[in-house]
Design a protein around this ligand. Sequence first.
Ligand code: PRP
Ligand code: URA
Length: 210
Amino acid sequence: MRVHVADHPLVTHKLTVLRDRTTPSPTFRALAEELVTLLAYEATRTVRTTTVQVETPVESTEGLALATPLPLVVPILRAGLGMLEGMVKLVPTAEVGFLGMVRNEETLEPTVYAERLPADLAERQCFVLDPMLATGGSLLAAIEYLFDRGARDVTAICLIAAPEGLAAVERATEGRDVTIVLGALDERLDEKGYIVPGLGDAGDRLYGTV
Ligand code: PRP
Ligand code: URA
């Protein structure tokens, strides 16, 4: 598994405002979107392309187009939805699939409650969006879901991860083509499975409590 932690003052600055408990939802949503665009730049470094010729007003030259099938972006509902606009701003022709997952706050086990994905993902580069990688259970379940559908190449973009969850995903995906791009790697998980210092419940901060 490849892990890339963003090392850029703008990412840290925007995360600092997201972490602030007094940041209201509208600002939180706008910043989450901006952060994802910055992280997506790194996450798409190995996006598949094909060589094309382009006629400039001056002469013909070689350039790149995204290869088909186009990348598939998969936000994990609910909180991952707050990352979608930031991702498609950078890759507007990407296709979008959805996975709905919720973590049981007692057992910390994730369950899938919704799914809308193309049938065969064999040739797809998949980009999973989920802001928080805590125990890693949700992300791992999402990655396994995609691999079961034939995916072979999965990149996850997360705003914040806990070392425990990152290690769990790494152990369970050994030998697979998995990349994780992070805004920050935090200190630890608390006894309730929250990331410390983290930013609290990402879904609640984006959308309010359901
Ligand atoms: C949050 C978050 C991740 C998950 C991380 O979602 O968005 O999906 O928890 O925790 P884990 O690494 O321990 O699995 P939640 O289940 O709260 O659902 P929500 O997006 O609907 O708020
Ligand atoms: N889910 C969140 O939204 N935040 C955490 O810290 C852990 C799981």
